[in-house]
Design a protein around this ligand. Structure first.
Ligand SMILES: *[C@@H]1O[C@H](CO)[C@@H](O)[C@H](O)[C@H]1NC(C)=O
Ligand SMILES: *[C@@H]1O[C@H](CO)[C@@H](O)[C@H](O)[C@H]1NC(C)=O
Ligand SMILES: *[C@@H]1O[C@H](CO)[C@@H](O)[C@H](O)[C@H]1NC(C)=O
Ligand SMILES: *[C@@H]1O[C@H](CO)[C@@H](O)[C@H](O)[C@H]1NC(C)=O
Length: 472
């Protein structure tokens, strides 16, 4: 009793100290959704970094089931520099754009029946600074790196929890995909150190979940060549050529190795028009969406000059995912939306789904987080690593390789996991101790780089079981 009183006073004091530079708003309704939102959305800024020069913007959605008992998840989108809203509206959040009925006015929403907020409290954070609506008050403040964004995320969580004490005891998970999957284990390690050093608040960290995660980017990407071979995109002969001449280095080969250069040229010819984020989808980034009577603002198009393709005259082309991405630019840059989300005026001229200039100045100062995973494997946490198996950006075979390299004890070998009697993917389990699982690896069959975007139902079932400690 005595101890808990002190603890409470300490919390109160700390939250008074920290409260100064935080702002939060409950958002009851949003343009494009009729009536009140059927879930509890909060947006806000938390200031972090030296001299509080960094203002991190977040979306928080309370669990629609049981906010007290359900886990608290911090979600980090990849990029580097892709906004949390992209994760919210295209991956795991309660709203999806109604792209079918879009007629050129403000885009509208439909509810996502597979939102992860049905079973978890989720904070989606615009990280690193410069992403989404996060900004810095000095140019110095925009300098960012793996280490700095990890510290920023940790400080964010400290302040956010102190401002939301009712969530301090919820099981906490750090989650992210792609590059966010590289930062997530770094944040867990930072939390572990903080807890071990007795920093307040003590965080109820339970584990982490990462999807098609980066671990060591050049190594992750090197797996694209073996993956292309496995998925029938290159011939056995081309693969053997590259394998025997390139010494295992396919992304940054020795320029003087003519044999290897030639083999990689053959491979490039076969794969350069494959959509990396899902090998079965059309590549259509720069194809103007066909919408009569609507002038498309070219500045809405994502910046990637390498991917310019001529508009196709084929009207029967399959639906292009990129059309949906454009809707977020239209919606987010509307003044009524900024008002509803309580975006500070003058902090962001234009919102971008992914900030293309951010990776240029961002310092990837931690090459590999393999060691982070190794340390975390000794701490009694739970980890879920999932891979959309049709992703060629960070192919599942590379993910499997670093997991194997951890030398963990296999608890359960490769087997299918099911949803509604159908195989939804394959799973492997590794032990921490007898009777305690540390790491579950799962493929999501048919999933792309951001698996929940392609297989929402399967991914929802997967995390629902995992959060409940059921086998997949
Ligand atoms: C913080 O403020 C101090 C004093 O004004 C200044 O010397 C220092 O450079 C600032 N640090 C950052 C990271 O802005
Ligand atoms: C587009 O649809 C909205 C309803 O979603 C409607 O209010 C609006 O009038 C329509 N605009 C046009 C140009 O058809
Ligand atoms: C992108 O990030 C950079 C910092 O790396 C920042 O200066 C710029 O304002 C950001 N752009 C947008 C549109 O948010
Ligand atoms: C895993 O085992 C191999 C073979 O014994 C060893 O070379 C490697 O260093 C081990 N890796 C780790 C991370 O312990």
């Amino acid at each position: 009793m005595f101890l808990s009183c002190i603890w409470f006073l300490e919390l109160l004091l700390l939250s008074l100290l920290f409260n100064v530079n935080s702002a939060q708003t409950i958002v009851k309704s949003l343009p494009g959704y009729p009536g009140e939102l059927p879930f509890k959305l909060e947006t806000g800024y938390v200031s972090v970094g030296k001299n509080d020069t960094v203002q991190l913007f977040y979306y928080f959605i309370e669990s629609e089931r049981d906010a007290v008992r359900d886990p608290l998840v911090l979600w980090l989108t990849g990029g580097i520099g892709c906004s949390a809203f992209s994760g919210l509206v295209y991956e795991i959040g309660p709203l999806n754009f109604d792209a079918e009925s879009y007629n050129g006015s403000l885009p509208s929403f439909i509810l996502n029946p597979y939102s992860w907020t049905k079973i978890a409290n989720i904070i989606l954070l615009d990280l690193p600074v410069g992403t989404g609506f996060s900004y810095a008050t000095t140019s110095q403040g925009y300098l960012s790196s793996d280490t700095k964004s990890t510290n920023d995320a940790y400080m964010f969580l400290q302040k956010w929890l102190l401002n939301h004490p009712k969530f301090i005891n919820n099981r906490l998970y750090i989650a992210g995909d792609s590059y966010g999957g590289k930062i997530a284990p770094m944040v867990v390690l930072e939390i572990t150190k903080g807890n071990e050093a007795g920093l307040t608040p003590h965080m109820s960290i339970e584990g982490y979940l990462i999807g098609n995660p980066a671990v060591n980017v050049p190594k992750d990407e090197n797996w694209r060549v073996p993956y292309a071979h496995r998925l029938a995109l290159i011939s056995d002969e081309y693969y053997e050529r590259a394998k025997s001449s390139c010494d295992g280095e396919y992304m940054n080969p020795n320029p003087n190795n003519a044999e290897c250069q030639f083999a990689l040229q053959l491979i490039k010819q076969c794969t350069s028009n494959i959509c990396l984020s899902h090998i079965l989808e059309p590549i259509c980034k720069f194809r103007a969406p066909k919408l009569d009577g609507l002038k498309w603002d070219l500045t809405y198009f994502e910046e990637d000059p390498n991917d310019i393709l001529l508009p196709s005259s084929d009207q029967e082309n399959p639906k292009c995912r990129f059309t949906d991405y454009v809707l977020s630019y239209v919606w987010m840059n509307n003044p009524s939306v900024r008002e509803a989300l309580q975006i500070r005026k003058g902090t962001k001229e234009k919102w971008k789904r992914c900030n293309g200039s951010l990776p240029i100045s961002y310092d990837q100062d931690v090459t590999s987080v393999f060691d982070h995973h190794q340390v975390l494997s000794t701490k009694g946490y739970q980890a879920l690593v999932y891979s959309g198996d049709h992703d060629m950006m960070i192919p599942y075979i590379g993910t499997l390789q670093w997991i194997r390299d951890l030398n963990l004890t296999l608890e359960e070998d490769w087997r299918p996991w099911f949803l509604n009697g159908q195989i939804a993917g394959y799973t492997l389990k590794y032990q921490y101790q007898e009777d305690q699982c540390y790491l579950t690896f799962a493929t999501v069959k048919g999933g792309g780089h951001t698996a929940p975007e392609y297989k929402p139902k399967e991914c929802f079932a997967m995390i629902d079981r995992w959060f409940s400690y059921y086998p997949l």
